[in-house]
Every structure is written in structure tokens, then in C-alpha cells.
Design a binder for this molecule. Sequence first.
Ligand code: 5AD
Ligand code: SF4
Length: 439
Amino acid sequence: MPELYYIDTMGCQMNERDSETIAGVLQSLGLRPTDDPQVARVAILNTCAVREKPEHKVFSKLGDWAKLKRARPELVIGVCGCVAQVMADEIRARAPYVDLILGPRNLSALRAGVERALSDDRCAICVTDPDELPDDHQPAARTPGVSAFVNVTYGCDNFCAYCVVPYARGREVSRPAGDILAEVQEVVAEGYREVTLLGQNVNSYRDPHSGAGFPDLLRAVGAVEGLWRLRFTTSHPKDCSESLLRAMAGTPAACEHLHLPIQAGADEVLARMGRGYTYAHYKSLVDLAREIVPGLAVTTDVMVGFPGETEEQFERTLAAFAEIRFDQAFMFKYSDRPGTAAEAMPEKVPEPVKQSRLQRLVALQNEIGRAVNAAQEGQVFEVLVEGRDGKSPEKWRGRTRGNKLMVFSGGQDRAGKLVAVRAVRGFLWGYLGEEDAMA
Ligand code: 5AD
Ligand code: SF4
């Protein structure tokens, strides 16, 4: 029987991609995956530090794993990801039974670390160098499906006042375009049909050899034969240029979806956050994007209760949402992150006020999201089918180019195919549809 590994992944798509590398390295050591930590020889927690809540989860999960390790001292426990980077000392103090602590840029140390931990009952390895250049030639065991993630930049140089990412993932570096293209070709050859290019701020991408920017990269990747769909995330409004929008419009594989975090609607709050744009600029960018890329879906991230946010400033976030009408929004309560500029700001907004602002914003956005999808009833969408729907297995499930979920009834063997589907009913979560016989 081969030994087993278990990975618990929190956080964003970068972490999902990193977990594929963790899985690939563990498999190259002869381990096999399990979804039960009770039987694992190696258990890895890939952590997120972006807000307080996921960070609390790390310590409660490690508490559970401590019990497993008491029963089976041979269990190797690793903590990777953003909490490992920014709280390594606290992990060592509060969870001394952890064998490996690796920052998100230090997965090159994973293989040797696991090998040592497997052969030595008490080894403690901690590598947290936020400026190491990640080794992107390590093996990856990708999640099976139609869609694959490919990194284009690592780290972030923006230092938004609330954000832990520059501390957790280090200074921004771009991968050579040749390496990115080679990885895209590789995943397409493996059968993936959609690629999402990942970076904290993809639009500041620069090929280290030629100096070419993200629009050129998008065109080059879009030309890879066999790639049907191309997505990218995340775009920062200060670097999202007209030339990017034109490259999207001129690249058939590039999907009509832009994820453009707004964060707040009031200029004073945006300035205190250090975002580098005003609401008027943001709004004109969305207008331009919708004009250049017809049928574009626009999604966003936003937070309420940033230090000093007044009721009137919050109402400008509500007004921005009412005016722009996002297809979808990820909405958060601001939470203090150690070491960030906002942590030291006065005038923290009390928790009940944050809670009520979040509820008001979510209520508004739910209404808008539902109305946007309902207004598209009757339209035919190109859907990339992921497989059978979990809840109603007689139906298929996939995504539109706008990244909306479509659950639909249709013919046989649709998994992995592009199917034309008529949206019959629009909901907050997406659409219920029927395969379009006329297509
Ligand atoms: N508190 C709350 N939300 C945050 N985000 C980033 N940092 C914080 C924080 N300190 C949100 C932003 C970002 C998304 C990934 O998480 O909206 O775009
Ligand atoms: Fe979480 Fe940000 Fe790290 Fe992603 S980059 S895992 S969202 S802290």
C-alpha cells in the first residue's frame, strides 16, 4: 500500500494552483491522495491570511490535526501558503508539532523537507523567504476537469493599505512569456480547454526578456492551438488599459469577463486605501470595457467598514453598485491585518456597523445579480460543460463565457464539450437552461 497524503486548501486561485504543485511533488515521492486526514501519512494545510476569519481557521484545523498526531506520531504536518509566511513564529509557538512551514514562494523546499520528515520523527523545517523566485518547473498534479490555472506573475507591489498579500507573497515578478506559453501548450495537450492566467495584478505583467506587456501575452496565449477559452485574474483598475480591452476584444479565445475589484465607492476611502483611482475613473473604465467588449460580464471585490468609513461614504459604495450593476460581487467586512498600513489607522468601524453595512450591500447586490440574469432569459450562451450537475444528475453543468453557472438539460456525452444553451430562467447563482436545438 502506498502512503497517503491529504491537502486542505484555503483562499484564492493562486493557492489552488500551489496545491497542485504540492500534490505533484508528493506524488513524485510515491504518495497517493486521500480525502481523509485520519489515514494520511502527510497532511498539508495551504493557508490564506487575507482576512482574520480564514486565519482563525488555520489554528483550529491545526488543533484537530494535533489530536491525530497524538494518536499517530508518524503523521507529518505541513503548513504552506500565506499564513505560513506571515505567522511562522506564531505557528511554531502555538503548534510546535508542525513539521514543515513553507511560504508560498518556497515550495522548492517541499520535496527535501517531506523526505526528511518521513525518515526522521522530529524534524522541523521552516522556509519563509518572500522573495525567492518560485520554481515553476516542479511537477503539478492538476485538478482534473476542463479548466487549468497558469501563473503569470508572483507577488504584488501595490501595498494597498488593508492588504497582507505583498508581505505574504513578496515583490512582484513576471514569468518569461516563453515559460507561460510552454505551460499553456502542455495543459492543452493534457486535454484542458480553458486556461486562467493568474497574478495578483495581471495587468502589470512584463515579459522579463522582451518587456512586452499583458495585452501581448493575452494575444500570444489566445493563439495556442486547441485552447478554447482564456481568462485572467485579477485586474487592478489603475493598470487596466484600453490596449488590454482591445486585446480581449481581438482575441477570440478571451472570454467576455472582467474581474475588476472596486473596493469602495467613495474617493476619500479609495485614497486612504491607496488604490490610486477615483470612482469616476473606475466608472469610465467599466463603461469603456462594456463598449469595447460587447456582452462583457463585470465582477468585483469590495469591502465595507474600512477605517474611517462614514455612513455617507458607505452610501457611495451602495450608489456605485446601483449605478454599475455588477454581474457578481465578492463582498467583505474589512479586517485588520498585522503589519499593514490600515492596521495602524485610527477610527476603526465597530463590528455591528460593519455587519449591518455588509448586509445592506449584499441585499442590494443580490437583487441586482438576480435581475441581471433574469433579463438574459431567452438568450443562447456558449457553455463549456464540466460534467453532470451534482444536485440534479440528469442535468449538465458548465459555465458561460461570462463565467456564470448554467445547469441545463441536453443530449448525451456533453462533458468537456462546448454546447449552445438557451437560458430559460435566470437566478442569483446563474441560469437553468435547455440545449438549443437550433444551434
Ligand atoms: N479585510 C477584508 N477584506 C480584504 N480583502 C483584502 N484584504 C482585506 C482585509 N484586510 C479583500 C479585497 C480583495 C479580496 C481578495 O479580499 O476585496 O480584493
Ligand atoms: Fe489568501 Fe491573498 Fe494569499 Fe490568496 S494571496 S491565499 S487570497 S492571502
